[in-house]
Ligand binder design. Sequence first.
Ligand SMILES: C[S@@+](CC[C@H](N)C(=O)[O-])C[C@H]1O[C@@H](n2cnc3c(N)ncnc32)[C@H](O)[C@@H]1O
Length: 272
Amino acid sequence: LTAPAGSALLGILAVTGQDSAAAAVLAQQLGLPLLPSALDLEHCDQYDAVLLVCGSTLSLQQTGRAPGPVRVDFGSAVMRHRRRSGHNELLGRAVGIGKKPGLRVLDATAGLGRDSFVLADLGCQVLLCERQQVVAAMLRWGIDAAAGTDDPWLAEVMARMTLHEGDARELATGSISPVDVIYLDPMFPQRQKSAAVKKEMALFQRLLDAGDGPDDADSLLLWALQQDVARVVVKRPPRAPCLAARQPSHSLGGKAVRYDVYVRRGLASTSN
Ligand SMILES: C[S@@+](CC[C@H](N)C(=O)[O-])C[C@H]1O[C@@H](n2cnc3c(N)ncnc32)[C@H](O)[C@@H]1O
């Protein structure tokens, strides 16, 4: 896994006394300092953000006058809304939903897992790869919390998601061979322009400073195209150039996003 926090300064804080043990374990796992729980986050200028441990939730709170914390919550109203809002249709078409039941997708850039969740909700079996340690920890906590749900819909979706904490390019061949589609979303796009969202994006960009530049995204596509899969799908900003100057077989464009689809063979003909 890559450096815990890129160039951002992070610490870990237990929200209640009962969270101290879990916070200490996480601090050790991530190599981050365990901060005193009385710390005043609004006036703390030694750290850019703090990971808050509270029961089964892990959230990332920026310090200073900042918007509320970010966490992975697959049962949230926002995630539930996403599935009905038509957001998913384009992504579903790009990966080839309907062409093969139980499509297997490797989400090689899982991030906070939103696209993976959409794909799993559409019926795909999703292997999520996240190489940045802090992001991977947030994802793991989000998956563990949702897996314990008593909501049958959520439990069913979570059962189709498997997390691999590490670089997708280091996956064993055996993990990639059943995969039909590799999905790549290499950059946090600056889609919404509010100051709060910009600040959140800036923090994640700094967290990810450990090498997620444009060249890195190009080499990820070149790696994906070398794998024995039926298609590779790349999420891009609408007018951005194709990764690695490779022309896709076709693109599906929406208002805020474009999916470049590299078809290697028919999905129906894969025998996995
Ligand atoms: C823009 S985010 C993805 C957002 C995600 N699609 C979502 O819906 O939340 C890109 C993520 O990919 C991760 N990443 C980039 N290259 C990777 C690689 N080679 N293997 C695993 N993770 C990678 C980065 O650490 C970052 O968290």
